[in-house]
Structure formats: C-alpha cells, structure tokens
Ligand binder design. Structure first.
Ligand code: URP
Ligand code: ZN
Length: 470
C-alpha cells in the first residue's frame, strides 16, 4: 500500500531531444514536445525549440510507453493475495518502462459484475500508472447479459472467461456461448484462459493417488493437449457467435498453430504469449521444492520446441501481444503445496522485466525487429483493448514515453528487483537494454533508472472499441 502522496510538482512543458524515435510504423531521429500531459508535437532533428524541462535522449531510443495487458495485482486466493498490490506492482512496472496495465475484475459467484468493477477500482486507486480492467463473468444467470452491457457502457471493452478452474471461477460451454452472443457486435473482445478442466482434474487426482505430489506433477497434469483442446473450442465458438477473442498466455506450438490457422481463415482470433513461455522450460520443475515451486503457473512451462514455435508465431504475426500474467507469490505462500502440488498457488512475477527480456532475447537475437517489439508490447495491446490515446508517439496521445538505453545491462535478481516478492523466475538472467527515463502522462517517473514518485497517480482509463489487427 502507498504510504503518502507527496506535494504536487508543477507540470512544465517537457522536451525529449535528440533521440531515435521508434513507433510501430516509423523510425527517425527527432524531438518530442510534451504539454499538459499530452504529446503536443513531434519534430525531426534540427528544430530550434526549447521547453521548461528538457531531457537529452541522445544515444537512446524514444518509445511509446509499454502496456502490460495481463496482470493480477492484489489477487485474492485461498493462499492469500498475490504479493504485489496496485502500488508495488505499478512501481515495478515503471522501472521496466511499462506505463499502462490491464488487470481483472473477478466477482464472487453471486456478486454483480458492476459492483465488483466498482470495488476493484477502489483497490486499484493507488496505482502509480494508468490502468484499465477486464471483467470476468464467472457464471451465467438472468442478470449477466444486462450487467455485461452496463460494463461496456462504463468503458469496459474486454471481458475474460476461464475454461479451467471449473470448481471456482471457470465457466461452462453454455455460459461461453451466451457470453459470446452477448458481446458480438458491442465492440468488446473476449479473453479466454484455454485449458480443459476435465483432463486436468483427472490427471491431478491420478497423480496424487499414486503419491506423486511434487511440483513436476503440476506440469504433467496440465499437458499441451489440455490447452490446445480448449483453444480449438474457443475458436469454434468465436466463429459460430462472431465474437472477437484474445486467447491469453498461449504456451504451446499446437495452440499457436491453431490460432494461425484461424487467422488465415479470417476469424477475429488474437493470441497472447508471455516471456516465461518463450524463455523458460519444463526442466525448471526438476529442482527441489523451493526452487521448482516458483515456476508453478497455469499453463505450465513447456518444451524447447514450444518456445521456438511461439517465437515464430510472434515473428509471423500469428501472435500479436505479449503480457506477463504477473501474479507473484512468496516462497512462504508456495509452501502451502509442499505435500500436494495442487495447493501451490499458481503464478509468478514479471511485470518489471517484460520489455528488457523481449528486447534482449527478441530484438538482439534477431527474432523480431525493433518495430515488432514496440508493436507487441505497446501498439497492439492499445489497439486490441481500445486504449485510444496510448501505444504511439504522435500529437494528441497521452505523454507516456520511454527513453531506452540499449547498452545498459542488468542481472535480474530478487535481491534488487522492485516486485514485492522474495523470489524471481528470471533470477540470474542478464538483460541488455533498460528504461533510462520513463514519462507517464507528461511526468518524469523514472530518471536514470530511479523512481521519482512525487504526485504520480494512475487513472482508470475508459476503453473504446477493440480494434482489429490483420
Ligand atoms: O498461474 C497463473 N497464470 N496464475 C494467474 C491466474 C491465471 O490463471 O491466469
Ligand atoms: Zn492470468
């Protein structure tokens, strides 16, 4: 939780000079003039302008602020809340260059979507960066249609359902059909967590009965087939009901292939993956409990072949967006599942590291271009979730700007990361490329990699219609 809000800093005009400006469609040397929290003008180098405050971005890239479309801050679970709240999570996000986040509203079974949305906004009130929310219907009843439409009218343009977790928040195929029919034509998009619950429940019970209780069995009980079956189902429903879908945290080659095929058919199907599925693999589960449990997430880590298929899917445009699924738990929380892998809270952190990881292992290893990197981390999430003033550097946009030092290096460690967690799944990985300055709504929030917290305050952003990407 945030301790105190310091006194207001006056918002001066700000000029970011001499940088190499990269957006999803342009690449040139120039200056960005910021006024009243918005980008006012973008010039090519050589203009004689000045402003109250100036930052020399010489030798650096100037980028639109990154958008993390998938985080779970302050998520309630039977093992306590995920360890980052909106304050600590947004602080960590800023250090990495992320200036907007999208979290979730997960109502209790009999709670209305609109009441849960209001409650979630109060929980998010101490976010340091702008945020919006995806709303999750967890069942279907006579009020759900009206509540969904009410959320759309309140600036919510993305909903999320879980095909896994049938004992708690997972929905039936009947509800999936009804929700898709409701959303079709509203301008909203449906995010879907694709895993077949029956297959997973059967395997979990079988392994526990056989005395197989270690974290490795988490991965074995959630095979790639459980994901691809649900991906296939989600695509079929999307086609039938003409509802745009965004399939979250795809982890396998099979799922990426299904999304690619659906897109080739012209369906409104979008795919997201996360750095952990691109960079880590199932061998992490071979370690002793304390080291293996931190990698317990759903879907689980997979094989090296899945990683390369996912990278190929990003490069070809079959996958359009990278989220983190940031949902960290401490080692103490993970220990709940010491003698039963199904009781290890699912999830891991990464909100701070996504830009650097994707730059180091994507751009610098020639898997994606600089512009693709900007696209999948900022411009595409802005389009898909209707964040009209984000994801680009042009006049009128919110002044969310990152000055990126491509030569700076850092070895990731829980010892000095900014996430509120005593472990880090990327521990020991060295990244090249860091956010040197981060500007959010015209305010300098990160200067020489350090936070200036005065008067930072994130806003709830009302989203417009989800845009299409071909
Ligand atoms: O393991 C994960 N992904 N935890 C977060 C909740 C979810 O399933 O997305
Ligand atoms: Zn998630």
């Amino acid at each position: 939780m945030r301790q105190q809000i310091k006194h207001a800093r006056k918002l001066e005009n700000l000029l970011v000079k001499n940088g190499r400006i990269i957006t999803s469609t342009s690449d040139f040397y120039g200056d960005v003039l910021i006024e009243n929290g918005r980008i006012n003008k973008v010039f090519s180098t050589g203009n004689q302008i000045s402003a109250g405050q100036e930052i020399d971005a010489g030798g650096c890239y100037v980028l639109p602020g990154f958008i993390d479309p998938h985080v779970h801050l302050h998520l309630e679970t039977p093992f306590g809340f995920s360890s980052d709240d909106f304050y600590t999570g947004s602080k960590a996000a800023l250090h990495g260059g992320t200036t907007t986040l999208l979290d979730f509203v997960t109502p209790k079974k009999n709670e209305s979507l609109t009441a849960a949305l209001e409650k979630r906004k109060t929980e998010a009130a101490d976010a340091l960066i702008d945020y919006s929310l995806h709303v999750s219907p967890v069942s279907w009843n006579s009020n759900t249609r009206r509540q969904i439409i009410s959320c759309v009218n309140q600036g919510i343009s993305s909903f999320k359902v879980y095909l896994a977790y049938q004992k708690s928040i997972g929905i039936s195929d009947y509800a999936l059909a009804a929700i898709m029919e409701t959303l079709a034509g509203t301008g909203a998009i449906l995010m879907i967590h694709c895993e077949n619950d029956g297959m997973i429940s059967y395997l979990q019970k079988k392994f526990l009965t056989e005395g197989k209780t270690s974290p490795k069995n988490h991965g074995l009980s959630r095979p790639a087939e459980a994901e691809s079956e649900a991906v296939n189902r989600a695509i079929s429903f999307s086609e039938k009901f003409n509802c745009p879908v965004y399939l979250v945290h795809l982890s396998s080659a099979k799922s990426a292939g299904l999304v690619e095929k659906a897109r080739k058919k012209g369906l409104q199907v979008y795919g997201e993956t996360c750095p952990q599925y691109l960079l880590l693999d199932e061998s992490s589960y071979d370690a002793k409990f304390d080291d293996a449990a931190k990698f317990v997430m759903s879907p689980p880590l997979r094989k090296a072949g899945d990683q390369s298929a996912l990278w190929d899917a990003i490069a070809s445009g079959a996958i359009q967006s990278i989220g983190t699924d940031h949902c960290p738990f401490t080692l103490g929380q993970k220990k709940n599942g010491k003698s039963d892998f199904t009781k290890i809270p699912n999830g891991a952190g990464g909100i701070e590291h996504r830009p650097s990881l994707m730059f180091t292992f994507g751009v610098l290893e020639n898997r994606i271009s600089m512009q693709q990197w900007v696209n999948i981390l900022s411009t595409n999430p802005a389009k898909l979730f209707g964040l009209k003033n984000k994801g680009d550097i042009r006049p009128g946009m919110d002044a969310d700007v990152v000055i990126w030092d491509a030569d700076a290096k850092k070895t990731i460690s829980a010892r000095d990361h900014h996430q509120n967690c005593d472990q880090n799944i990327y521990e020991g990985i060295t990244v090249k490329g860091l956010a040197k300055y981060v500007i959010t709504n015209g305010r300098v929030a990160i200067k020489n990699q350090s936070l200036i917290e005065d008067n930072l305050s994130g806003r709830f952003i009302r989203c417009g219609s989800s845009g299409s990407i071909r």
